[in-house]
Design a protein around this ligand. Structure first.
Ligand SMILES: *Cc1c(COP(=O)(O)O)cnc(C)c1O
Length: 377
């Protein structure tokens, strides 16, 4: 542990085991996980179907690289293209993370609109690599690493559409900003941005790295606002805990990349793709997304009734609560220590809730009870 660089503010807990909504530390203490690795373990920890798919594929073929075809990769591309909703003939590029999926989106948009600039939203988060970081207009994250990639234009959310002009390559936004504290972009803003992009020939890119894979109660968050992007990225929950990301492009942009334009050694490897198939199988079960919306409402309603909660935001099981008179990071720390409830603070007054999508109503009540006890003390 001590040889690890200090780039993470780690909590001093060592987890050794997980199952469903539960984690166990080295002393066999049981924790209720309402963070799931920041929306990675959407089908819970170590889901038997995911474990079996990984084990089966690992025994068969682990890596061969992108100079050849593999069945899990080809089939996953078809599945994501079909499931993207971006239209018949959509295509997929695989990456290993959210930042990398966004890098691919930026490069594709630039190639489609040579020399064009990127309009990004205040409060947005797109990752830590240079392109993704340049699309993340947050002083604390960017300043130590200047100079950044040129050509990014950060604007306030209500001004996004007005910022689009003939020189715009793309608008890059999260339909619901996750890292900034679960702030949904108003449907009217997204519709205006779509119209502005259409008027100027710019691409609309949705970063669904956190909102995707069923988190908000539909496979993709945009389905509930009815504004369709040209490019969409996902990652976090796609591999059930294994690193895999994807860029999906509508038919118009599906063939923008030519051989040699972009690539990654590990991307779309058969084991990660096998895990993603198992995750998608689970998400495709009848009634799955309805259940996410139901338990999301249960959690949101319960949170609204807790003392010290001023506002609850979000959709499905992507929720945040703003507190009054309570320090959110301190509360999150006490939730872990005193109630063995895993949560995350996105800011000084905001606690974020990202339970597994297979969380039960009973587990939602359990988490609310733990939080209620803590807030009452
Ligand atoms: C987490 C996240 C990223 C970055 O993903 P990594 O896998 O950490 O690179 C990008 N965009 C959004 C919206 C995210 O939530």
């Amino acid at each position: 542990m001590t040889a690890l660089m200090g780039n993470y503010a780690r909590t001093d807990v060592e987890f050794v085991r997980g199952a469903g909504s539960w984690l166990w530390d080295a002393d066999e203490h049981e924790y209720l996980d309402f963070l799931t690795g920041i929306s990675v373990c959407n089908v819970g920890h170590c889901h038997p179907a995911v474990v079996a798919a990984i084990a089966r594929q690992a025994a068969e073929l682990i890596h061969v690289g992108n100079l050849f075809w593999t069945e899990p990769g080809m089939r996953l591309a078809t599945r994501l293209a079909d499931g993207s909703g971006l239209g018949e003939g959509s295509k997929v590029y695989f990456a290993n993370s959210g930042a990398e999926a966004n890098e691919a989106a930026l490069k594709l948009a630039r190639k489609a609109r040579p020399g064009g600039s990127f309009v990004v939203a205040h409060g947005g988060f797109h990752g830590r690599t240079y392109g993704a970081l340049s699309a993340t207009p947050q002083e604390a994250k960017q300043a130590p690493f200047a100079p950044l990639v040129p050509g990014f234009r950060p604007v306030a959310i209500p001004d996004l559409a007005a910022a689009v002009d003939a020189g715009t390559a793309a608008v890059v936004v999260e339909p619901i900003q996750g890292e900034s504290g679960v702030h949904p972009l108003p449907a009217s803003v997204l519709a205006e941005v779509r119209a502005a992009c259409d008027a100027h020939g710019a691409l609309l890119v949705f970063d669904e790295v956190q909102t995707g894979m069923g988190r908000t109660g539909s496979l993709w968050a945009w389905e509930q606002v009815g504004v369709r992007p040209d490019l969409m990225t996902t990652a976090k929950a796609l591999g059930g805990g294994l690193p895999i990301g994807a860029l999906m492009a509508s038919p118009q942009y599906a063939d923008t990349f030519a051989p040699g334009d972009h690539g990654s050694t590990f991307a779309g490897g058969p084991v990660a793709c096998a895990a993603a198939h198992a995750v998608l199988d689970l998400l495709e079960a009848p009634g799955f997304f309805g259940g996410v919306r139901e338990r999301g409402e249960l959690l949101a309603e319960g949170l609204r009734e807790l003392p010290g909660v001023r506002e609850v935001r979000g959709r499905g099981l992507m929720l945040a609560a703003d507190l009054t008179g309570i320090d959110a990071p301190a509360l999150v720390r006490r939730a872990l220590d005193e109630e063995r409830l895993v949560l995350n603070a996105t800011g000084p007054v905001t606690v974020r809730f990202l339970p597994s999508l297979i969380v039960t109503a009973e587990e939602v009540h359990d988490a609310l009870a733990r939080l209620g006890r803590l807030l009452a003390r």
